[in-house]
Design a protein around this ligand. Sequence first.
Ligand SMILES: Cc1cc2nc3c(=O)[nH]c(=O)nc-3n(C[C@H](O)[C@H](O)[C@H](O)COP(=O)(O)OP(=O)(O)OC[C@H]3O[C@@H](n4cnc5c(N)ncnc54)[C@H](O)[C@@H]3O)c2cc1C
Length: 242
Amino acid sequence: MPAKHLDVALLAYTPEPLSLIYAAFRQCYHAGFVADMWPRLLAGEISREKQAEFVAKILESGHVSPIEHVSFTFAIEGISRALTHQLVRHRIASYSQQSQRYVDASSFDYILPPAIKKIPEAKARFEAFMEEVGATYRDLKEILEEHGRKDKAKEDARFVLPQAAETRIVATMNCRSLLNFFEQRCCMRAQWEIRALADRMLSLCRASLPEVFSVAGAKCERLGHCPEGEKFTCGKYPLPKA
Ligand SMILES: Cc1cc2nc3c(=O)[nH]c(=O)nc-3n(C[C@H](O)[C@H](O)[C@H](O)COP(=O)(O)OP(=O)(O)OC[C@H]3O[C@@H](n4cnc5c(N)ncnc54)[C@H](O)[C@@H]3O)c2cc1C
């Protein structure tokens, strides 16, 4: 039952993302059929710079629905159930999460918060509790199996598992939803674990589609001020003038 660390892999994203956004946007104002333009786009007849200019305009104007045509799919491990409870609140997304009903957690791994790790006394208490939970889970599973719950024993024994329990999830979001996710979760106000995840996802998105994600991040990066108010601001940007 060791402590685990965050790992994020970009499994896939929509092919030709920039051209697809450009084509979708052009269809809104173009009298012809955008499918006729598609082979020319793929052949590079309309430069990447020109396409990027259009995309920049979309983002500036707020007419952002064309970026919804492009999605990114991530495989994530080394995260806690506490994190995924927050992650799945982002509804404009698709998720497939490792099931505690079907996957045996007799030797579950867990996430150790850095603040607890730093204090030897807190770390020892935390780790002892994880051992205790593991032992209780195994005992309950065995007792339930003996009482005929068989394959279903895991789904009841899991009720003792902690929020720290490690989980794995596949998440897909379109670019618009990702920008909203980054605005909220790259912010210093977000909890450290989901912020670390958001930062990793953002760097993968930036590397694949800088035209959309180079300026993405916490809301303050776009606004130039902090909208979180006096109580919650981290101080990186000034509060808006009253
Ligand atoms: C720092 C922080 C603290 C938080 N604290 C809490 C907390 O204490 N308790 C708590 O319950 N949650 C909390 N949350 C979660 C937060 O309230 C949101 O539920 C979560 O961040 C998902 O955001 P979203 O709705 O914008 O995302 P999505 O669900 O992905 O939605 C994206 C956008 O689509 C639109 N949309 C989606 N669904 C609807 C709908 N039904 N009606 C209208 N428009 C819709 C909205 O414009 C929304 O912004 C917190 C989030 C953060 C970042």
